[in-house]
Write a protein that binds this ligand. Structure first.
Ligand code: M6R
Length: 369
Protein backbone atom coordinates (compact mmCIF):
# COMPACT_ATOMS: atom_id res chain seq x y z
CA UNK A 1 0.00 0.00 0.00
CA UNK A 2 1.54 3.28 -1.12
CA UNK A 3 -0.44 5.22 1.47
CA UNK A 4 -1.62 7.81 -1.06
CA UNK A 5 1.86 8.41 -2.51
CA UNK A 6 2.60 8.05 -6.21
CA UNK A 7 5.32 5.48 -5.54
CA UNK A 8 6.76 3.38 -2.74
CA UNK A 9 9.94 5.40 -3.01
CA UNK A 10 8.05 8.65 -2.31
CA UNK A 11 6.34 7.02 0.64
CA UNK A 12 9.64 5.70 1.98
CA UNK A 13 11.44 9.05 1.64
CA UNK A 14 8.60 10.52 3.64
CA UNK A 15 8.94 7.85 6.32
CA UNK A 16 12.56 8.74 7.06
CA UNK A 17 11.95 10.73 10.27
CA UNK A 18 10.29 7.61 11.76
CA UNK A 19 12.99 5.31 10.36
CA UNK A 20 15.61 7.32 12.24
CA UNK A 21 13.52 7.69 15.42
CA UNK A 22 12.64 3.98 15.53
CA UNK A 23 16.27 2.98 15.06
CA UNK A 24 17.30 5.13 18.04
CA UNK A 25 14.35 4.21 20.27
CA UNK A 26 15.25 2.30 23.42
CA UNK A 27 18.97 2.53 22.73
CA UNK A 28 19.73 5.64 24.79
CA UNK A 29 19.65 4.86 28.50
CA UNK A 30 21.23 6.58 31.50
CA UNK A 31 23.02 9.19 29.45
CA UNK A 32 24.69 6.78 27.06
CA UNK A 33 23.98 4.66 24.01
CA UNK A 34 23.62 1.04 24.86
CA UNK A 35 22.99 -1.69 22.33
CA UNK A 36 22.29 -4.91 24.27
CA UNK A 37 23.48 -7.05 21.34
CA UNK A 38 26.93 -5.42 21.57
CA UNK A 39 26.99 -5.68 25.36
CA UNK A 40 26.37 -9.41 24.90
CA UNK A 41 29.64 -9.70 22.98
CA UNK A 42 31.46 -8.72 26.17
CA UNK A 43 33.12 -5.40 26.96
CA UNK A 44 36.55 -7.05 26.86
CA UNK A 45 35.99 -7.99 23.23
CA UNK A 46 34.92 -4.42 22.40
CA UNK A 47 37.92 -2.93 24.22
CA UNK A 48 40.32 -5.27 22.50
CA UNK A 49 39.37 -4.38 18.92
CA UNK A 50 42.13 -2.58 17.05
CA UNK A 51 40.56 -2.36 13.61
CA UNK A 52 37.12 -2.31 12.01
CA UNK A 53 36.32 -3.29 8.46
CA UNK A 54 32.87 -2.33 7.19
CA UNK A 55 31.63 -4.46 4.31
CA UNK A 56 28.61 -3.68 2.15
CA UNK A 57 27.45 -3.05 -1.42
CA UNK A 58 25.89 -0.08 -3.16
CA UNK A 59 23.98 2.34 -1.01
CA UNK A 60 24.76 0.34 2.13
CA UNK A 61 28.48 0.85 1.43
CA UNK A 62 27.94 4.63 1.34
CA UNK A 63 26.19 4.41 4.71
CA UNK A 64 29.30 2.52 5.83
CA UNK A 65 31.54 5.30 4.54
CA UNK A 66 29.61 7.91 6.49
CA UNK A 67 29.65 5.71 9.58
CA UNK A 68 33.41 5.21 9.29
CA UNK A 69 34.06 8.90 10.02
CA UNK A 70 31.89 8.76 13.15
CA UNK A 71 33.38 5.47 14.40
CA UNK A 72 36.92 6.73 14.00
CA UNK A 73 36.22 10.06 15.62
CA UNK A 74 34.40 8.69 18.65
CA UNK A 75 35.85 5.20 19.22
CA UNK A 76 39.38 6.01 17.98
CA UNK A 77 39.63 2.78 16.01
CA UNK A 78 40.92 2.73 12.43
CA UNK A 79 38.01 1.91 10.14
CA UNK A 80 38.04 0.98 6.50
CA UNK A 81 35.13 0.35 4.20
CA UNK A 82 35.33 -2.35 1.59
CA UNK A 83 32.88 -3.49 -1.03
CA UNK A 84 31.81 -6.99 -0.03
CA UNK A 85 32.72 -8.49 -3.40
CA UNK A 86 36.23 -7.04 -3.26
CA UNK A 87 36.93 -7.98 0.35
CA UNK A 88 37.64 -11.68 -0.06
CA UNK A 89 39.87 -11.43 -3.08
CA UNK A 90 42.50 -9.21 -1.53
CA UNK A 91 43.54 -11.70 1.17
CA UNK A 92 42.66 -9.11 3.82
CA UNK A 93 44.78 -8.68 6.92
CA UNK A 94 42.49 -9.88 9.72
CA UNK A 95 43.11 -10.92 13.30
CA UNK A 96 41.16 -11.81 16.41
CA UNK A 97 41.27 -8.09 17.20
CA UNK A 98 39.46 -7.14 13.98
CA UNK A 99 35.73 -6.48 13.93
CA UNK A 100 33.86 -6.83 10.65
CA UNK A 101 30.61 -4.85 10.47
CA UNK A 102 28.38 -5.74 7.55
CA UNK A 103 25.65 -3.36 6.45
CA UNK A 104 22.70 -4.71 4.48
CA UNK A 105 19.06 -3.72 4.21
CA UNK A 106 17.89 -7.14 3.05
CA UNK A 107 20.36 -9.25 4.97
CA UNK A 108 20.40 -11.56 1.94
CA UNK A 109 22.82 -9.85 -0.46
CA UNK A 110 24.97 -12.76 -1.60
CA UNK A 111 28.17 -10.73 -2.02
CA UNK A 112 27.90 -9.50 1.56
CA UNK A 113 26.88 -12.89 2.94
CA UNK A 114 29.92 -14.54 1.33
CA UNK A 115 32.18 -11.84 2.76
CA UNK A 116 30.69 -12.35 6.23
CA UNK A 117 31.20 -16.12 5.97
CA UNK A 118 34.80 -15.53 4.94
CA UNK A 119 35.32 -13.28 7.98
CA UNK A 120 33.78 -15.90 10.28
CA UNK A 121 36.12 -18.56 8.89
CA UNK A 122 39.01 -16.25 9.68
CA UNK A 123 37.93 -16.00 13.33
CA UNK A 124 36.87 -12.36 13.23
CA UNK A 125 34.06 -10.86 15.38
CA UNK A 126 31.15 -10.08 13.04
CA UNK A 127 28.39 -7.56 13.61
CA UNK A 128 25.48 -7.23 11.20
CA UNK A 129 23.55 -4.01 10.68
CA UNK A 130 20.39 -5.18 8.98
CA UNK A 131 16.82 -4.06 8.36
CA UNK A 132 15.22 -7.48 7.92
CA UNK A 133 14.53 -9.53 11.04
CA UNK A 134 16.07 -13.01 10.99
CA UNK A 135 17.63 -12.63 7.55
CA UNK A 136 20.62 -14.85 6.77
CA UNK A 137 23.40 -12.31 7.42
CA UNK A 138 22.29 -11.30 10.95
CA UNK A 139 21.70 -14.98 11.78
CA UNK A 140 25.23 -15.90 10.73
CA UNK A 141 26.85 -12.97 12.60
CA UNK A 142 28.01 -12.80 16.21
CA UNK A 143 25.75 -9.81 16.86
CA UNK A 144 22.84 -8.25 14.98
CA UNK A 145 22.01 -4.57 15.33
CA UNK A 146 18.69 -4.05 13.57
CA UNK A 147 17.69 -0.86 11.83
CA UNK A 148 13.99 -0.27 12.34
CA UNK A 149 13.15 1.45 9.07
CA UNK A 150 10.22 -0.88 8.36
CA UNK A 151 9.89 -2.85 5.11
CA UNK A 152 11.49 -1.07 2.14
CA UNK A 153 9.77 -1.91 -1.15
CA UNK A 154 11.25 0.48 -3.74
CA UNK A 155 14.41 -0.86 -5.38
CA UNK A 156 16.16 2.44 -4.68
CA UNK A 157 17.08 2.43 -1.02
CA UNK A 158 16.18 5.56 0.96
CA UNK A 159 14.85 5.08 4.48
CA UNK A 160 17.06 2.02 5.02
CA UNK A 161 20.08 4.21 4.17
CA UNK A 162 19.37 6.84 6.82
CA UNK A 163 18.58 4.10 9.33
CA UNK A 164 21.90 2.38 8.53
CA UNK A 165 23.83 5.59 9.16
CA UNK A 166 21.88 6.07 12.40
CA UNK A 167 22.71 2.52 13.52
CA UNK A 168 26.40 3.16 12.79
CA UNK A 169 26.26 6.29 14.98
CA UNK A 170 24.81 4.14 17.76
CA UNK A 171 27.49 1.48 17.34
CA UNK A 172 30.15 4.21 17.35
CA UNK A 173 28.82 5.81 20.53
CA UNK A 174 28.43 2.43 22.25
CA UNK A 175 32.03 1.50 21.43
CA UNK A 176 33.30 4.94 22.44
CA UNK A 177 31.59 4.70 25.83
CA UNK A 178 32.92 1.23 26.59
CA UNK A 179 36.42 2.10 25.41
CA UNK A 180 36.43 5.45 27.23
CA UNK A 181 37.48 7.32 24.09
CA UNK A 182 34.86 10.08 24.14
CA UNK A 183 34.79 12.79 26.77
CA UNK A 184 31.50 13.16 28.64
CA UNK A 185 30.68 16.57 27.16
CA UNK A 186 31.14 15.30 23.59
CA UNK A 187 29.09 12.21 24.40
CA UNK A 188 26.25 14.30 25.85
CA UNK A 189 26.35 16.60 22.80
CA UNK A 190 26.18 13.62 20.43
CA UNK A 191 23.12 12.28 22.26
CA UNK A 192 21.39 15.63 21.85
CA UNK A 193 22.23 15.57 18.14
CA UNK A 194 20.79 12.06 17.83
CA UNK A 195 17.59 13.03 19.59
CA UNK A 196 17.11 16.10 17.38
CA UNK A 197 17.75 14.17 14.19
CA UNK A 198 14.20 12.93 13.36
CA UNK A 199 12.77 16.46 13.50
CA UNK A 200 15.56 17.78 11.29
CA UNK A 201 14.99 14.96 8.81
CA UNK A 202 11.37 16.09 8.69
CA UNK A 203 12.58 19.53 7.59
CA UNK A 204 14.80 17.93 4.96
CA UNK A 205 11.83 15.95 3.64
CA UNK A 206 9.99 19.27 3.27
CA UNK A 207 12.41 20.32 0.50
CA UNK A 208 10.28 18.18 -1.81
CA UNK A 209 8.40 20.96 -3.54
CA UNK A 210 11.50 23.02 -4.25
CA UNK A 211 13.35 19.99 -5.62
CA UNK A 212 10.34 18.98 -7.70
CA UNK A 213 10.43 22.36 -9.48
CA UNK A 214 14.14 22.01 -10.05
CA UNK A 215 13.78 18.51 -11.51
CA UNK A 216 10.99 19.76 -13.72
CA UNK A 217 13.26 22.37 -15.30
CA UNK A 218 16.05 19.82 -15.61
CA UNK A 219 14.04 17.02 -17.22
CA UNK A 220 16.32 17.01 -20.30
CA UNK A 221 19.57 16.82 -18.36
CA UNK A 222 21.94 14.13 -19.61
CA UNK A 223 24.64 14.26 -16.95
CA UNK A 224 24.81 15.45 -13.36
CA UNK A 225 27.82 15.75 -11.07
CA UNK A 226 27.86 15.74 -7.28
CA UNK A 227 30.60 17.16 -5.08
CA UNK A 228 31.21 16.72 -1.38
CA UNK A 229 34.01 16.71 1.16
CA UNK A 230 34.46 14.53 4.28
CA UNK A 231 31.06 12.91 5.04
CA UNK A 232 29.64 14.89 2.11
CA UNK A 233 31.71 12.72 -0.26
CA UNK A 234 29.74 9.49 0.29
CA UNK A 235 26.57 11.58 0.03
CA UNK A 236 27.75 12.80 -3.37
CA UNK A 237 28.29 9.16 -4.39
CA UNK A 238 24.84 8.22 -3.12
CA UNK A 239 23.18 11.13 -4.96
CA UNK A 240 24.82 9.95 -8.18
CA UNK A 241 23.85 6.30 -7.63
CA UNK A 242 20.20 7.22 -7.06
CA UNK A 243 20.11 9.15 -10.31
CA UNK A 244 21.70 6.32 -12.29
CA UNK A 245 19.37 3.74 -10.80
CA UNK A 246 16.01 5.32 -11.34
CA UNK A 247 16.47 8.15 -13.85
CA UNK A 248 19.07 6.35 -16.06
CA UNK A 249 21.17 9.48 -16.19
CA UNK A 250 24.92 9.56 -16.24
CA UNK A 251 25.97 10.82 -12.85
CA UNK A 252 29.18 10.89 -10.86
CA UNK A 253 30.07 11.84 -7.34
CA UNK A 254 33.47 13.31 -6.51
CA UNK A 255 35.41 14.34 -3.46
CA UNK A 256 35.52 18.11 -3.95
CA UNK A 257 39.26 18.15 -3.34
CA UNK A 258 39.77 15.86 -6.35
CA UNK A 259 38.31 18.40 -8.78
CA UNK A 260 41.60 19.92 -9.83
CA UNK A 261 43.16 16.47 -10.13
CA UNK A 262 41.03 15.69 -13.16
CA UNK A 263 37.24 15.97 -12.98
CA UNK A 264 37.20 19.74 -13.43
CA UNK A 265 37.92 19.06 -17.10
CA UNK A 266 34.34 17.78 -17.35
CA UNK A 267 32.89 21.15 -16.40
CA UNK A 268 31.39 22.81 -19.41
CA UNK A 269 28.78 25.46 -19.96
CA UNK A 270 25.51 24.47 -18.29
CA UNK A 271 26.83 21.30 -16.57
CA UNK A 272 24.65 20.77 -13.48
CA UNK A 273 26.66 20.20 -10.30
CA UNK A 274 25.15 19.54 -6.88
CA UNK A 275 27.46 20.66 -4.11
CA UNK A 276 27.10 19.47 -0.53
CA UNK A 277 28.18 22.45 1.57
CA UNK A 278 28.98 21.91 5.27
CA UNK A 279 27.96 24.37 7.95
CA UNK A 280 30.13 27.52 8.09
CA UNK A 281 29.67 27.56 11.88
CA UNK A 282 30.79 24.04 12.69
CA UNK A 283 33.13 23.39 9.73
CA UNK A 284 34.55 26.81 8.79
CA UNK A 285 37.66 25.43 7.08
CA UNK A 286 35.86 22.84 4.96
CA UNK A 287 33.18 25.40 4.21
CA UNK A 288 35.65 27.92 2.80
CA UNK A 289 37.30 25.20 0.68
CA UNK A 290 33.94 24.17 -0.77
CA UNK A 291 33.03 27.78 -1.51
CA UNK A 292 36.28 28.09 -3.50
CA UNK A 293 35.38 24.89 -5.38
CA UNK A 294 32.01 26.39 -6.22
CA UNK A 295 33.69 29.55 -7.53
CA UNK A 296 36.07 27.45 -9.66
CA UNK A 297 33.31 25.45 -11.33
CA UNK A 298 31.02 28.45 -11.68
CA UNK A 299 33.78 30.32 -13.51
CA UNK A 300 33.83 27.43 -16.01
CA UNK A 301 30.11 27.60 -16.66
CA UNK A 302 28.72 25.02 -14.21
CA UNK A 303 25.14 25.32 -13.07
CA UNK A 304 25.50 25.06 -9.29
CA UNK A 305 22.86 23.62 -7.02
CA UNK A 306 24.13 24.14 -3.47
CA UNK A 307 22.80 22.25 -0.46
CA UNK A 308 23.62 24.50 2.48
CA UNK A 309 22.88 25.31 6.08
CA UNK A 310 19.92 27.64 6.55
CA UNK A 311 21.31 31.14 6.90
CA UNK A 312 24.53 30.44 4.98
CA UNK A 313 24.78 33.38 2.59
CA UNK A 314 28.38 32.84 1.42
CA UNK A 315 27.33 30.71 -1.55
CA UNK A 316 24.49 32.93 -2.73
CA UNK A 317 26.51 34.92 -5.29
CA UNK A 318 27.76 31.73 -6.96
CA UNK A 319 24.83 29.31 -6.82
CA UNK A 320 21.98 29.00 -9.29
CA UNK A 321 19.80 27.20 -6.77
CA UNK A 322 20.14 26.93 -3.00
CA UNK A 323 18.53 24.20 -0.92
CA UNK A 324 18.53 25.00 2.80
CA UNK A 325 18.74 22.49 5.64
CA UNK A 326 19.00 22.72 9.45
CA UNK A 327 22.61 21.52 9.57
CA UNK A 328 24.59 21.19 12.78
CA UNK A 329 27.41 18.81 13.65
CA UNK A 330 28.99 17.67 10.36
CA UNK A 331 28.99 14.00 11.42
CA UNK A 332 25.19 14.02 11.67
CA UNK A 333 24.44 16.16 8.62
CA UNK A 334 24.55 13.43 5.93
CA UNK A 335 21.23 12.07 7.16
CA UNK A 336 19.72 15.43 6.11
CA UNK A 337 21.84 16.18 3.06
CA UNK A 338 20.90 13.01 1.23
CA UNK A 339 17.16 13.73 1.33
CA UNK A 340 16.94 16.42 -1.40
CA UNK A 341 19.12 14.18 -3.60
CA UNK A 342 16.64 11.32 -3.15
CA UNK A 343 13.78 13.64 -4.11
CA UNK A 344 15.74 14.87 -7.11
CA UNK A 345 16.27 11.35 -8.48
CA UNK A 346 12.64 10.49 -7.87
CA UNK A 347 11.33 13.63 -9.55
CA UNK A 348 13.66 13.35 -12.53
CA UNK A 349 12.61 9.73 -13.01
CA UNK A 350 8.98 10.81 -12.80
CA UNK A 351 9.53 13.69 -15.23
CA UNK A 352 11.00 11.17 -17.70
CA UNK A 353 7.94 8.93 -17.31
CA UNK A 354 9.92 6.04 -15.81
CA UNK A 355 8.91 3.43 -13.26
CA UNK A 356 10.36 4.88 -10.06
CA UNK A 357 9.96 1.75 -7.95
CA UNK A 358 11.02 -0.90 -10.46
CA UNK A 359 13.97 0.38 -12.49
CA UNK A 360 15.14 -1.70 -15.41
CA UNK A 361 17.74 -4.43 -14.83
CA UNK A 362 17.67 -4.13 -11.03
CA UNK A 363 16.35 -6.33 -8.24
CA UNK A 364 15.60 -5.23 -4.70
CA UNK A 365 17.80 -7.91 -3.25
CA UNK A 366 20.80 -9.25 -5.17
CA UNK A 367 20.96 -12.89 -4.15
CA UNK A 368 23.57 -14.00 -6.67
CA UNK A 369 27.27 -13.20 -6.62
O1 M6R B 1 20.10 -5.29 0.78
P1 M6R B 1 21.44 -4.59 0.75
O2 M6R B 1 21.47 -3.38 1.63
O3 M6R B 1 22.57 -5.53 1.07
O4 M6R B 1 21.62 -4.12 -0.73
C1 M6R B 1 22.84 -3.53 -1.14
C2 M6R B 1 22.69 -2.88 -2.50
O5 M6R B 1 22.34 -3.84 -3.47
C3 M6R B 1 21.64 -1.77 -2.50
O6 M6R B 1 21.91 -0.78 -1.53
C4 M6R B 1 21.54 -1.10 -3.87
O7 M6R B 1 22.70 -0.37 -4.14
C5 M6R B 1 20.27 -0.24 -3.92
N1 M6R B 1 19.48 -0.56 -5.08
C6 M6R B 1 20.55 1.22 -3.84
O8 M6R B 1 19.46 2.03 -4.01
Amino acid sequence: DKGGWSSFMAKEINEQPEAVANTIRGRIENGRVEIPELTALGDDVLRNIDRIVIIACGTASYAGQVGAYALEQWARIPVEVQLSHEFRYRDPVLSDRTMVISVSQSGETMDTLMAVKYAIERGVTTVSICNTQSATIPRESDAAVYTHAGPEVAVASTKAFVAQITALYLVGLHLAHVRGTIDPAAEAAALVQLEELPEKVREAVATHEQVQQLAHWMADTRSVLFLGRHVGFPIALEGALKLKEIAYIHAEGFAAGELKHGPIALIDHGQPVFVIVPSPRTSPLMHSKIVSNIQEIRARGARVIAIVEKGDTAVLPFADEVIRLPLSDPLFDPVLQVVPLQWFALELSTAKGLDVDQPRNLAKSVTVE
